[in-house]
Design a protein around this ligand. Structure first.
Ligand SMILES: [Ca+2]
Ligand SMILES: [Ca+2]
Ligand SMILES: [Ca+2]
Ligand SMILES: [Ca+2]
Length: 500
């Protein structure tokens, strides 16, 4: 794998922040069972060859009296008829000015097929694999926000009326910001305030000496939706300046209507449905720091409007969950350079090549224009995933996919959090916290929906490594080699980090 990202000084804390965020997600528990039960019924995906793609793009589609879709391509139609196919569509919509780039990455070769819901998917997959020009066929595996099935993981809301008044204005960073809840964010500066071990944190105040964030770093958060108008988050939301809100027109012709702060992929709307989880992970990255209200974000700026920007990619919508692969392509094409993910499949070993292809696209193309010129703060992107909350070393994708940065979770005493996944595939560890009762201060505090604040626990990011992040430049591949957090022996020396 080739990663040649050169990081500037200002990016370091951002990356660290996002890393740790990665896992404030609460992953799903492993659900051993029949693999077929983990597939979405009535849908499968195929990747076809270039010749078949050309044929399909020029095909005249007709329908049989029974509404089965026919393409005029005999080998394909035979199977379509057998499985009562009603829809065959490109997964990645036309990329506009990025279409040539999409095609170079083969994104136009992916199709989604809607078939008889009662069809046995393993048999259907085999049938499509036998079609001339089909290189790959796969089901759509079920996915979940990490921990969404675990109410004990959060959110544990705090009483907003108990929030103390803002500290004095005029506070300058580095050093403690004026956010009134900062003292309860032990993961930034662990003084033992939540019965943790002083000093075991991400040394955020020191990192703020390098940077507090920068608005040209856009972080795409694939999760539930962020509350885009949360008073402690709104100012750091990415804004698509080419789009006019609410006019039902795709003004900037990027394929998405009214996408102002990202897109509700799950619900297929520019109106992003706020969720506690997506608001929490977004807030850890970039709640507005030093604005005198609520919490601080890791890269939320210095109080002068200079934080990183959050692009909310809500694949988990209010009514539906879909479009995961689209979020990476959307992110890369619309200016994001970091992709933050706190979702996973509902069983270990499940993986979708279409998602991996999209992740590869993000890693290769983020930060560049359609001609390959670097326009963003990085030449290529980073994709970060929560390792998961199953306390196993099984193959939990997409974090298990090597090019992503997989993040496990630590307690405020620098031990592996009880729930955190682990293994040689995990790249880094960071505070995820542990909560055992309502408002347990040992969790991680951030923003949630309805203008709220709450503790969550979840697999998280790497305070041990972050403490060693002092250099101005490093390569992604060299930086993130860490963590075999076996159940009881975290490597707090971080001696596998190789900062340059
Ligand atoms: Ca648009
Ligand atoms: Ca519009
Ligand atoms: Ca704040
Ligand atoms: Ca990795």
């Amino acid at each position: 794998m080739k990663h040649n990202y050169l990081f500037s000084r200002r990016l370091i804390s951002i990356v660290l922040a996002v890393l740790w965020l990665a896992t404030l997600a609460n992953l799903v528990s492993a659900q051993p069972g029949v693999p077929g039960g983990r597939m979405e019924p009535g849908v499968l995906r195929i990747k076809i060859t270039e010749p078949l793609a050309r044929q399909l793009e020029s095909a005249t589609v007709t329908r049989t009296p029974g509404n089965v879709l026919m393409t005029g391509i005999r080998s394909l139609d035979l199977v379509n008829e057998q499985y009562k196919v009603t829809s065959l569509r490109r997964i990645f919509r036309d990329g506009g000015k990025f279409e040539a780039r999409h095609r170079r990455h083969g994104l136009h070769l992916w199709y989604e097929i809607t078939l008889d819901k009662t069809a046995l998917l393993p048999a259907a997959l085999e049938a499509y694999r036998g079609v001339i020009g089909v290189q790959h066929a796969e089901p759509s595996f079920k996915k979940a926000i990490i921990g969404s099935d675990r109410q004990d993981f959060g959110p544990r809301r705090i009483d907003v009326s108990a929030i103390s008044a803002a500290r004095a204005s005029g506070v300058t960073l580095p050093g403690p910001s004026n956010d009134p809840l900062l003292d309860r964010q032990w993961h930034y500066n662990n003084t033992g305030q939540a019965a943790g071990t002083p000093g075991l944190d991400i040394a955020l105040f020191r990192a703020w000496g390098l940077t507090t964030g920068t608005p040209n770093v856009v972080v795409a958060v694939t999760d539930g939706g962020a509350q885009v108008d949360h008073p402690d988050l709104a100012a750091n939301m990415w804004v698509n300046t080419g789009e006019i809100p609410g006019n039902h027109i795709d003004d900037d012709n990027n394929g998405y209507v009214d996408d102002i702060n990202g897109y509700g992929f799950g619900d297929d709307t520019g109106e992003i449905a706020p969720s506690d989880h997506g608001t929490h992970t977004s807030g850890t990255i970039a709640a507005v720091t030093n604005n005198g209200i609520g919490v601080a974000g890791v890269a939320g700026g210095s109080g002068t409007g200079d934080g990183v920007r959050i692009m909310s990619c809500a694949a988990f919508g209010a009514t539906n969950q879909t479009g995961f692969e689209l979020t990476y392509v959307y992110g890369a094409d619309n200016g994001a350079v970091i992709s933050q993910n706190s979702w996973g499949y509902t069983n270990p070993g499940a993986v979708e090549q279409v998602v991996l292809d999209a992740i590869d696209y993000f890693i290769a193309e983020a930060g560049k224009d359609e001609n390959g010129n670097q326009t963003g703060p990085m030449n290529g992107g980073i994709v970060i995933f929560a390792a998961g909350n199953d306390n196993t070393d099984a193959q939990w994708y997409p974090g298990f996919y090597e090019p992503t940065l997989a993040v496990s979770g630590l307690t405020n005493k620098d031990t592996k959090a009880w729930y955190s996944n682990f293994g040689t595939w995990v790249d880094i560890a960071s505070p995820g916290g542990e909560t055992f009762f309502a408002n347990d201060p040992q969790g991680v505090l951030s923003t949630v929906s309805n203008n709220g604040y709450a503790f969550f626990q979840g697999t998280s990011m790497a305070s041990p490594c972050i403490r060693y992040c002092r250099s101005a430049r490093f390569s992604a591949r060299r930086a993130w080699l860490y963590t075999h957090h076996a159940a009881s022996a975290p490597d707090t020396t971080c001696n596998r980090c190789q900062w340059s």
